[in-house]
Design a protein around this ligand. Sequence first.
Ligand code: GCO
Length: 476
Amino acid sequence: MSTGNADFRDSGLVFPEGFTFGSATASYQVEGAAAEDGRLPSIWDTFSKTPGKVWNGDTGDVACDHYHRWESDLDLMAELGLDAYRFSIAWPRVIPTGTGAVDQRGVDFYSRLVDGLLERGIRPVATLYHWDLPQTLEDAGGWAARETVDAFATYAEVMGRALGNRVHTWTTLNEPWCSAYLGYGQGGHAPGRHEPAAALAAVHHLNLAHGRAVQALRATSAGDPEYSVTLNFHVLRGEGEGAGEAMRRIDALANRAFTGPMLRGEYPADLLEDTASVTDWSFIRDGDLADIHQPIDVLGVNYYSTATVRMWDGVSPKQQNDGHKAAGGGTAWPGSNEVVEFVQQPGPYTAMGWNIAPEGLEELLLSLREQFPDQPLMVTENGAAFDDVVAADGSVPDPDRLDYLRRHFTAAHRAMTQGVDLRGYFVWSLLDNFEWGYGYAKRFGIVRVDFDTLERTVKDSGRWYARLAATGILPE
Ligand code: GCO
């Protein structure tokens, strides 16, 4: 495959030596082989097989068949010249029932994957949890139950012993906001529950799982990996009277509900007050906050678009334009559902209907530096879905995605020139893949996947990215 990028010119924006250019995927979204080598169902296997939950009835049964094609996918990354690969480990492959017996075939798959990356000079960035909770644990309460935290800590120990001598960066969780609020509150993600109190219990148990996993990984990793967590931050704008109150409420629920415990060792007082009508937070036990508040080497930042909120009058038709990654109704804002609404933002939009606002990424990175001045950052996801068209010659021109990436990398560079300690950037995604509630209808890849043949084709955005990764200079 040629990444011939002669037709790109340099913009003059130079990223520092050692800046990491990577790409990201997730187990349920790309692996397929859903019942192979002992893997048992996750909540997403159950959810995607529940009629009406996922567009077109799509499931992750085959996905991109990365489970069998991982070597050629790693060759693709090597040919693109990427420095690192952010992937996730499927808990139900490694410990199929969530607790108890380890299936060595699952461990061996990830061991081969890590070795394959290292052989190609690509750094492994491994996420322990990217939403595929073993169904048996959900049957016992899922993230609303404290027992799941203990199971996660044990799973972390198993993976620390197995891969901790070779993984470059451990990421405990991907986007606990989605797991908790979309999974247990809004219901548009697995397990599809509509229980606001359970969603807040899940917030706490996911925070606790993060802290316990960092401790477990540190105790069992023979190498010297970095430790991280990946959060999807809401970058908020406000409208109308009470705009500040609307933004404060959502910032507490979406952002500070996680950064507070993880990076400050406390829940924000306003979050507890705003949600007092939903729960008394009595699921927090003595010592939990100290367990959660573990030092991390880098904070993973996922950013796609902004959100605009305003106080709702409780009477006029309520807007719900909060860009969920989920189809379906319901709202994910316990304690603020009845007082805040998300309003339509001006375009342009990606195929997800999310606005294109690169300035929001610069603003977010600067804000995180201000809040946590000594915390190195990593963009662990940024990318865009657009409806690609394959050209007659088989190439995939994707100018919209290329422009989106160019503008967001420019925004990140602007933040760095203002002092943000940004260590790297992972494009979501390496491959077109299973986009949760939207199934295969939304394509985020810099590499196209033909879901009939599973053939991969590098898109123009992939060739553009290869030029950036090779030179460190942003191509026009
Ligand atoms: C997420 C997930 C990815 C999504 C991507 C596009 O951040 O939601 O990590 O799995 O596919 O963000 O929605």
